[in-house]
Design a protein around this ligand. Structure first.
Ligand code: ATP
Length: 358
């Protein structure tokens, strides 16, 4: 197993820059997840590490060795794709065996590695079947098995669970987490599913237009996003954002007032945005006497009952708040509710999207 180090990696497709000055340190044995919206460069970054993207500038080291110009097969990586990419005419055993045979691993060693991977992935009953006779989850396990038998220094996963239905996705996610604990391998995993990112990652890398926006542990990104972009991307339902007034060193939204750090160079009157997560808003039925200090009032436009929780959409002037409440709430669509928040749960961003309070 090995560390992975990227320095100033730029990647162009013709005139289009897909990766911008990417610096990244992945420790030996770490599970790192790349997330970001479609087109932000997640797959390009993974494929560049794999050596599948041709020319780029900057450097990539795996296990302390510079592999920037090395062929994919010499980098010690194994990649698992969303499409599985299995050979349809080969059995499960032959699919796992193929790469090792090409690399001239001896027969006894190949058999031992296949037996081990089949045991870890519970594929023993299927070794003599062809991919067409397997479920999606089983096929994906074969693709992972093919990576395991190569004994790579680093596993690279490109949205490996996207083709599976919701239930199987969760099951495979848990299996992959267990696999990581068992192999203690360095794993890099691309997904646009932020639940996968939050649950699997030791470290999340959030990408935005080819640039690293923030790197951190899942809960650090959740509690202390450095920008509005990260705040809006991590967490589901997404964080609420509203324009606020900047007065006397505080952000003011209705009757919410949040003091800003004195050191922040935000000009008085400059547009700022407050952010609050749906789970950090408390909703109670309004009493009819107008909003109490520290609360704002609005009407419930929509109520969504999800079983384990209920989501309210509350209109406050032109703003629509998403509020997560207990499933058994007595609040109904059409009710007037008072919303309150603990000030320390509020996020504030300047006009460029930079977090002013973390
Ligand atoms: P998704 O979640 O949709 O897979 P992604 O974050 O993985 O997105 P990439 O596939 O890395 O995004 O693509 C990053 C950008 O580079 C996109 O704008 C894409 O159109 C562009 N791109 C990717 N491959 C090529 C290519 N071979 N030629 C030109 N542009 C490309």
């Amino acid at each position: 197993m090995a560390s992975v180090t990227l320095r100033k990696v730029d990647k162009f497709y013709g005139g289009f820059q897909a990766l911008r000055a990417v610096d990244l340190d992945i420790a030996d044995g770490e599970f790192v997840v790349f997330v970001g919206p479609s087109g932000c460069g997640k797959s390009t970054l993974l494929r560049t590490i794999a050596g599948l993207e041709g020319s780029f500038s900057g450097s990539i080291a795996i296990g302390g060795k510079d592999v920037s110009r090395a062929a994919p097969s010499d980098r010690g990586v194994a990649m698992v794709f969303q499409s599985y990419a299995l050979y349809p005419h080969m059995t499960v055993r032959q699919n796992m065996d193929f790469g090792m045979r090409v690399n001239k691993v001896d027969k006894a060693e190949r058999d031992a590695r296949i037996a081990n991977a089949a045991r870890i992935l519970q594929l023993e009953p299927y070794l003599d079947r062809k991919p067409a006779a397997l479920s999606g989850g089983q096929r994906q396990r074969v693709a992972i098995g093919r990576a395991i038998v190569r004994e790579p220094q680093v596993f690279l996963f490109d949205e490996p669970l996207s083709n599976l239905d919701a239930k199987l996705r969760v099951q495979m996610r848990v299996e992959l987490e267990a696999l990581h604990r068992q192999l203690r391998a360095t794993m890099i995993y691309v997904t646009h599913d932020q639940v996968e990112a939050m649950t699997m990652a030791d470290k999340i890398v959030v990408l935005n237009e080819g640039r690293i926006e923030q790197i951190g542990k899942p809960l650090d990104l959740y509690h202390r996003p450095a920008s509005q972009f990260v705040a809006g991307f991590i967490g589901s339902p997404a964080m609420n954002f509203f324009r606020a007034a900047h007065e006397n060193g505080a952000a003011r939204y209705g009757r919410f007032v949040v003091p800003l750090p004195a050191a922040e160079p935000v000009a008085e009157g400059e547009a700022i945005t407050i952010g609050v997560r749906p789970e950090h808003v408390k909703a109670t039925k309004a009493t009819g006497g107008g909003p109490a200090a520290g609360t704002v009032e609005g009407g419930v436009a929509v109520k969504e009952t999800l079983g384990d929780e209920t989501i309210l959409y509350v209109d406050i002037g032109a703003d629509r708040w998403t509020v997560r409440v207990e499933s058994e709430t007595p609040i109904e669509a059409g009710d007037t509710v008072a919303l309150s928040i603990q000030p320390r749960k509020l996020h504030v961003f300047d006009a460029s999207g930079k977090a002013l309070i973390q």
